[in-house]
Design a protein around this ligand. Sequence first.
Ligand code: FE2
Ligand code: FE2
Length: 132
Amino acid sequence: MEEQFKHGLLWQDHQHSQLLTCIESLNKTRSTKLELTELENAIRFLEFYVKTHFEMETYYMQELNYPDTFNHQKAHEQFVRMLTSFKAKVETITDSSTIITELCNWVMDHILKTDKKLADFIKHQAGKGLQL
Ligand SMILES: [Fe+2]
Ligand SMILES: [Fe+2]
């Protein structure tokens, strides 16, 4: 994973790295002519993985009374909605490249901005002696 995506929290960096790998493979489905089932599998894995990951971030936000919890959770929900609607139309859509680009951009942008803010907050709390 590129340095810019690392925020210095082990569990979060690890999960983001998996997430970016996942997004990368989804992105590859644009250039190679993959079977529909492969695309569906990629979406299903992404769905499963973000669920676990978003739950983990939410856990920390709630435990630490993170001030921006509401907006951060809204952003996660927005991504889940994007994924769900993609899954629903994946069989009929002729060109999925626009939506794949949107999903990939969302993940990268979210990690770089929204998750960076959360990571900084969590590290700050840890600095105050909180056991994380
Ligand atoms: Fe994240
Ligand atoms: Fe997040």
